[in-house]
Each structure stands twice: as structure tokens, then as C-alpha cells.
Design a protein around this ligand. Sequence first.
Ligand code: F6P
Length: 357
Amino acid sequence: MMRIGMLTSGGDCQALNAAMRGVVKTLHHSGEEVEIFGFHAGYKGLINSDFRMLTNRDFSGILTKGGTILGSSRTPFKLINEPDEKGNNKVEAMKHTYHKLNLDCLVVLGGNGSHKTANLLRQEGLNIVTLPKTIDNDLWGTDMTFGFQSAVDVATHVIDCIHTTADSHGRVFVVEVMGHKTGWLTLNAGMASGADIILIPEIPYKIDKIVSAIKARADSGSGFTILAVAEGAISEEDATLSKKDYKKKVEKSPYPSVSYEVAAAIEEKTGMEVRVTVPGHMQRGGTPCPYDRVFASRLGSEAGKLILKREYGFMVGYRNREIVKVPLEEVAGKLKTVDPNATIVKEAKMMGISFGD
Ligand code: F6P
């Protein structure tokens, strides 16, 4: 009898359930006897030994369901060695739960922070297999994370809707897309929806370049402009600040986010009417798109295969159109960012899209 623990950690995304279903269906279908322990709300469930036994029935009808049947929460890695609210040592508590339940393996579905903790638990001797989830697509070691394509769909739909009203009113619209550290979602949703200006953290912008791009559009007869702006977009000036000074500046800023700052500057410099739209967590919610359902099922199934072969210490990822296993120590602590010189960026620029640089 194999005893497998499972948890979903960090910000949720679409297709978490599809991925878990892929793992469990593969394990059950192999004929191996398996018990599944589902931990509630991410690593917190492992720390507090808060779990429930999951049967086949729990995984039925969840392929199309957004969110996570296990619940999720953030357990920041930088605080992992600090005691929790009850004064417990988190790492020791997680190890204790794992050993008490006599688990053969723990399956972690998570993004960057969750992978650091997963790797730490591996170093502490636990058998771990992980799956790459996040709408941000910024996990190192995989070309794609599940949740990303669904979020691109949502953000694209938002910008599509904004397009028609922007056109009717001849306005400038700033649509804020999720992604504090990387611009994958903004770049892809921006291109998919025909945004005129795309601002991402990896390419610091100059406000004057943005204003010139808007004026050039107006001069050529386009009365409206759409900007897709990542949450983490940053001006060239701010990019020179130290992390600490930038944080101080943001804390003092009268604007709720960079999109509002950009919008105010455009209004002041062009005199045009500017509106800001922030779809926020809508981008993480709802039904996974068909791509993600298939992708997450495939990754889940391959994770099941690794578990059956007792091959632990890997993230199941996707590279060069192949599903691959990537050692956790290679994944943990690295961010996959958009290369400002990537072909997709060059192609976008050749089509006239401005990145404000
Ligand atoms: O990590 C995914 C993500 O949705 C980011 O794109 C976003 O910046 C962040 O989480 C929002 O976090 P929270 O749900 O904790 O507000």
C-alpha cells in the first residue's frame, strides 16, 4: 500500500484540480493500492496535520472546476524558519506529520515560493514530487505552467471588451494585468488582444516614449489607445533605485498601483481621457481552458508515473514540447523572466507595439 500526501500551495490558479485528478487517476489505474491524504490549505495543513483521506469520488467531476478542492494559502519561504502562530517550528512540524502518517511521497502543486519549501523538505529527507502551477508562468525549469493559458484567456477577454468601449469614446485605457515580477501574462494577453503598448517589469519604460506612441496613434487617425500594464511594470528611473528605496517610494505613492501612476502621467501630458481597468483575481478564477485541462492532466499523469517508479525529488515540467522531470534543486529559487531580446518581443516591436523603451 502506497501512502501519498498532496497539497496545493500559494496563489491558486485554474487546473489545479485537473492536475491532482491526473495524478490520482494514474495511481489508481496502475492497480497499485494507494491511499491519498489531502492536506488542507497548503503547507499549513502539513504543519498542523490538518488533512482528510481522499477517495476516487473526490476526484470525480473536478476536471473543469477552478480553484482547488484542497484549499490553498501562502506560507512564505523567507519565514519558514520562524515559529508559526502557535510557536511551532514549521519545518519540524511538517516532517513530523509526514513521518507520523508514514507517507511514501508528498505531491506539492505550487509556484516559486512553494518550490523553495518543497526543495527544503527534500533536503530534510522527504520524498517529494512537484507540479508547476501559476498564472505567472515564471517558474524556472518549465516552458509552461498550468493556469497560465487560462489566465491569458481571461486577460485577453478583458482587453477585447475594453477595445470596443475605448474606440467608441476615443479614450486611452490602461488595463492592469497580474504579474509583479514577470511579464509573461501581460505580454501574451497584450499581443492576443492587440494592445498598442505593453509594459512589463523586464523592460523598464520611459513615460515620454509612451506619450509619443499615443500621440503617433492619434496623428495617424486612431483616437484610442490600449495599454496592457503588468502589476510590476517599472519606469527606467525607478528601476535604478535599490529594492528598499523603491519599496519606500511605492509606500508613499498616492497611486494604488503603477497603472494609475502611468494613467495620471498620460492624462497630464496628452490631455486625453484615460481610464484604468484592473481585472485582478478574475484572472486566476473560473474554469480552466481546454489547453490547461489537457496540460495539467498530462503533467499529473507523469507525476503519477514517477511516484509509481519511486522516483522522487523532481518537478514534472515541460521543455521543448516534451514532458520532463527537473531536479528540485535546479528549480528552487530561480525565476523565469521574459528576455527583453526574445524573438516574441522583437516581433511585437516590428508590428509597432511599444514597450515604452
Ligand atoms: O502568483 C500569482 C499571483 O496571482 C500574481 O500574479 C499576483 O501578483 C499575486 O498572485 C496576487 O497575490 P494574492 O492573491 O496573494 O493577492
